[in-house]
Design a binder for this molecule. Sequence first.
Ligand SMILES: Nc1ncnc2c1ncn2[C@@H]1O[C@H](COP(=O)(O)OP(=O)(O)O)[C@@H](O)[C@H]1O
Ligand SMILES: O=c1ccn([C@@H]2O[C@H](COP(=O)(O)OP(=O)(O)O)[C@@H](O)[C@H]2O)c(=O)[nH]1
Length: 378
Amino acid sequence: MWKRVASFSSLISSKRSSTLNQSMQAAYAFKFFESFTTETPTQGKDGMFFKGKTPFITFVLGGPGSGKGTQCEKIVENFGFTHLSAGDLLRREIISNTEYGANILDTIKEGKIVPSEVTVKLIRKEMESSDNYKFLIDGFPRSEENRIAFERFTEADPDIVLFFDCPEEEMVKRVLNRNQGRVDDNIDTIRKRLKIFESLNLPVVNYYSKRGKLYTINAVGTADEIFEQVRPVFAAHEVDEMRSSRPFGPDAVHFRPFTLSPRQVHFSRRRSLFPPFDALCLAAVTRQALGRRWLDLVLSLFRWRISVCYLVFTKMLSMSKLRYRIKPVPPSVLFTLLTDSGNNIDRMSRCPIQDNRSDSSIFFEYGWNNLGSGSGPI
Ligand SMILES: Nc1ncnc2c1ncn2[C@@H]1O[C@H](COP(=O)(O)OP(=O)(O)O)[C@@H](O)[C@H]1O
Ligand SMILES: O=c1ccn([C@@H]2O[C@H](COP(=O)(O)OP(=O)(O)O)[C@@H](O)[C@H]2O)c(=O)[nH]1
């Protein structure tokens, strides 16, 4: 995570840009803006850009001083995200004295928005080099153009968009008290930033609102109080994630690949075939319990779900007064059952929220948890 550190400030507020000679600056500026308008964005590729994982992206929006960075730190601590602050990435370019550093500094001083290509490239680079797949992208996109550039350049869409809604005067007060020595934390630049925020950032907020991705947070109150509004957003998504990565179940078709390894994705695709087979499985198990040996073969073709059905039915029948001839569970079926349930146990134990699924699979998952057969995720 890039920290918002005061150590940036001396460099950022230095007069380095004014010492560059005029023609050099003009050349930089030309290259800076030309590259934005002429370069064709490279398309993100699965397995290259994200190392085969579909990222889980959260955009964190809000005016200057609305508390985005403060809340991001809490989200990182509680939900294991990687925090990428667009502003911090740009300030890092300034202090690293990179190609565009001087232009970025001038843009920030004016409270304007740095060309999308520069910001998107920096964000993308950070994502590529991260081992995590859950990202908080803080202070970006700041305009519709930013948003479109991100979509084109990464072929990724945010899963969640948080918007910290804060009255202007509160934002001004907070920024003036921020005391990190930032070149743009002065009343003139703040007023400019607020104007730009209203005209360029609010359309982005509306865009995501229409698409049902926006979570508006009332950003007035203590940081802890505000986080209590933020927490359920991520907690709900954790449960979703855990549910959708269930190896089996009627809603397996809704799986979200970002939670799964390539191997799990492969299995999930196969698993979406399972619901229609459930009835067949139950019939097979029943007949097996009645002594039809050939159905052992059918049983071995289906994995986890049928195995559970098999166990339950054989148990029920063995306990019943009818005293049917019950076959022992084939070792191959037990093996697949136990190894798959281990995968589930790990996910369940990471879930902070009481799961109130009503379908029977939850019972089986907890049931297997009690067996202590967990062996961690695939
Ligand atoms: N809920 C809050 N109440 C009062 N001050 C806050 C609150 N949240 C953050 N701050 C302070 O306001 C300033 C701006 O917060 P920050 O998280 O940097 O905002 P942003 O990233 O949106 O610009 C910081 O000095 C921070 O400590
Ligand atoms: O995607 C971005 C993010 C930031 N900035 C610039 O960086 C400044 C500081 O942004 P940051 O998010 O760090 O601070 P905030 O405005 O939220 O206080 C902005 O005013 C812009 O000039 C930008 O151009 N594009």
